[in-house]
Design a protein around this ligand. Structure first.
Ligand SMILES: NC(=O)c1ccc[n+]([C@@H]2O[C@H](COP(=O)([O-])OP(=O)(O)OC[C@H]3O[C@@H](n4cnc5c(N)ncnc54)[C@H](OP(=O)(O)O)[C@@H]3O)[C@@H](O)[C@H]2O)c1
Length: 244
């Protein structure tokens, strides 16, 4: 049921023009995503498929197992799903480096690491993550993290960018949306793009999928970017912003 539900939503998204698919074994979406990717008429190299491994797993074996679940030959990005409770996961990182060197993935990265943890990981393994995926919205983000990552050529990916719908009715956000004749969700996604951050909204509904793609025909001005930055109150739609 979940597999066909996921496959249907992903297939429609691919037809609409989406290219990046974010998954993880614990989302139970891998079989459905794999199915949609195989069914669509897009060349594999035009897609960008993101997978995750858990801190307690062997990174190489977990990457292989996830690829088997997706029935794909390679991923575009494999991320450590969260920072380990102790240390920064150097061993796991070395396993991911090996997986990348063996062609199982094009790039490797992490989720929700603190700046200090990123520095330690790079110092102890001589390799910075290519991508850092973290919870990120105008209501909860860190411009210090953005500046650190830009300085080290780490791409930020914003998860739960729409606050799981919890802050979309904020009046200050609605005022900016009215000015551009866009929806609050579109304003948030555009704010991400203008900061050089890649938002990964989840949308099952077709109208949401369409709306979230329709963000390339306007620019937020500097004042509105500043207002949106100023909404930051370290809000988390999940529990807390682990990277702070
Ligand atoms: N690395 C990690 O630890 C981690 C953790 C959490 C999430 N993630 C990733 O981030 C992705 C997105 O995060 P998320 O699902 O937590 O939250 P989200 O993208 O902030 O919110 C998803 C919710 O917003 C709704 N929505 C989508 N587009 C909308 C629009 N234009 N207007 C109004 N509502 C809209 C969706 O509805 P419908 O679905 O009904 O259309 C869904 O209920 C996940 O799918 C996952 O891939 C990663």
């Amino acid at each position: 049921m979940l597999t066909s539900h996921t496959a249907e939503a992903v297939q429609r998204a691919l037809e609409l023009g989406y290219r990046l698919l974010d998954t993880s074994s614990d989302y139970k979406t891998q079989p459905g995503i794999g199915k949609a990717v195989r069914r669509c008429n897009r060349p594999r190299e035009s897609l960008y498929i993101v997978m995750k491994v858990e801190p307690e797993e062997n990174g190489y074996d977990a990457t292989t197992r996830n690829l088997e679940e997706l029935k794909l030959a390679y991923a575009d990005l494999v991320l450590i799903h969260r920072a380990p409770e102790k240390g920064v996961g150097e061993r796991l990182w070395e396993q991911l480096i090996r997986a990348r060197d063996d062609g199982l993935t094009r790039d490797i990265g992490v989720c929700s690491y603190k700046i200090e943890q990123l520095k330690t990981l790079a110092e102890n393994t001589s390799e910075m993550p290519a991508v850092h995926q973290l919870e990120w919205s105008p209501f909860g983000h860190s411009l210090d993290m953005l500046s650190f990552c830009s300085g080290h050529e780490i791409v930020l990916q914003a998860y739960s960018p729409l606050t799981r719908g919890k802050r979309l009715k904020d009046e200050r956000l609605a005022a900016i949306a009215g000015k551009y004749n866009k929806s609050p969700a579109q304003i948030i996604l555009r704010w991400n793009l203008q900061h050089g951050v890649v938002p990964i909204p989840k949308a099952y509904r077709e109208d949401h999928q369409r709306t979230n793609l329709d963000i390339f025909d306007f620019m937020l001005d500097e004042i509105d970017m500043g207002t949106l930055d100023g909404l930051n109150e370290q809000f988390s739609a999940l529990e807390k912003l682990d990277y702070l």
